[in-house]
Design a protein around this ligand. Sequence first.
Ligand SMILES: Cc1ncc(COP(=O)(O)O)c(C=O)c1O
Length: 372
Amino acid sequence: MTARVPLARPVVGEREEQLVVETLRSGQLSLGPRLVEFERAFARRLGVEHTSAVSSGTAGLHLAIRAAGIEPGDEVVTTPFSFVASANCLLYEGARPVFCDIDPRTLNITPEAAADAVTDRTTGLLPVHIFGYPADIAGFEELASDRALWLVEDACEALGALYADGSLVGARGNLAVFGFYPNKQLTTGEGGMVVSPGADLKERIDSERNQGRAPDMGWLDHDRLGFNYRLDDLSCALGLAQLERLEELLAGRTRVASQYSEALAGIEGLGLPCPDADGERRGWFVYVVQLPDGVDRDDTIRALREQGVDSKPYLPAIHLFSFYRERYGHREGEFPVCEEVARRSLALPFHPQLTEGEVERVVTALRAAIGR
Ligand SMILES: Cc1ncc(COP(=O)(O)O)c(C=O)c1O
């Protein structure tokens, strides 16, 4: 029997094992030297100064919006087409996510759509670089500055992406958050990284990830509310090994994406991820297609599974989750582009070591499943 083609698979090898085992044997499993090494190496890779490793992307978003100054009752403009964490983190602080519809090409929200959603209760903007495609960050910065709003970038899916000006996503001087779940460009198992524009914000984030303790680890005083969002040293060791080979990992993803795009081009009605525009570069995270009109997604998933190919509806619209509907009265039809994309989207197997043969297998199975 031929092996199943999984949706995602982390690439870990001898170097990862070596650093993790060394750390395990060192006896320093948390708040040890690997934490600072990982933060510094990540900062160097991005060309930034202040980074804080945290226990997940969600934890990073939570600390970032707190550092940005969120208050209960605030409205924050964000996207309904994202992993639910980018909206959930606002609820942790008693704020309200205000969604606007997405651009059908990039699947990101635009500064124009966000501007229309700003009210006098809006205090912040939380754009997401969805599927690794950079949002128009210069436009968001302008909107933030015109309307005196804070800006936090959810870059959890976008390591390695470039903005239109050619700079690396996360390195433009805004609070930005990366995620390191095993399907991401770089993994620590669970984990994340917050990039801060200044030492004061980093100090606050470092303290709040550690129960509000002083940065010098003074035991006696906790001068603010904090959480346990620490990233342990084993995870940091894994992250360090992944950083050493990040270029190879990113190049592998780019290769697989080009193979898919070439093999799937010309299939009638099938929507592919948009090509990079204007100096922008996607940091490839997933390969998501939009099924042609009239093709049943559940049937397609079933047919692919019978051929040993995993796939997944990706992503569902956040505002249509029952929790969001019930709490905020959201309903179908509010964000038609997002809803249409969410209805048709299908993630195909994607990781840096997917072979050309596996890509061909997926493409053949998909063609058969959708009858084209
Ligand atoms: C866009 C986006 N935001 C936030 C997160 C949350 O990250 P984590 O799962 O590490 O908490 C993820 C990833 O899972 C994500 O894709």
